[in-house]
Design a protein around this ligand. Structure first.
Ligand code: SF4
Length: 88
């Protein structure tokens, strides 16, 4: 049993116990199972016609990366720092 198979078993156990898991993680684990728990094989799985193909890395490949202006980034940084300060 390799590390990915162990990781998959833990994932299935968590799902069975009612832990909330993301759909992308579920796809990632499905793909791992599909290729016999060989992570490096997922890249070349050859399933271009598979509906999960775009999501096989556990990321949404259709989502565009968001870009923010430096001013907006500074504002977001400030807001995050404030939220973290309130939490502690
Ligand atoms: S994308 Fe489809 S064919 Fe490829 S590994 Fe995932 S489930 Fe299997």
């Amino acid at each position: 049993m390799n590390q990915y198979e162990k990781m998959h078993d833990k994932f299935v156990e968590d799902a069975t116990n009612g832990k909330q898991l993301s759909p992308l993680k579920a796809i990632r684990h499905f793909c791992l199972e599909c290729v016999g728990y060989q992570q490096n094989v997922i890249k070349d799985c050859g399933g271009e016609d598979c509906p999960l193909y775009k999501f096989r890395y556990g990321k949404n490949a259709t989502r565009k990366k968001r870009k923010f202006s430096p001013e907006r980034l500074a504002q977001m940084k400030k807001t995050l720092a404030k939220a973290r300060k309130q939490k502690s």
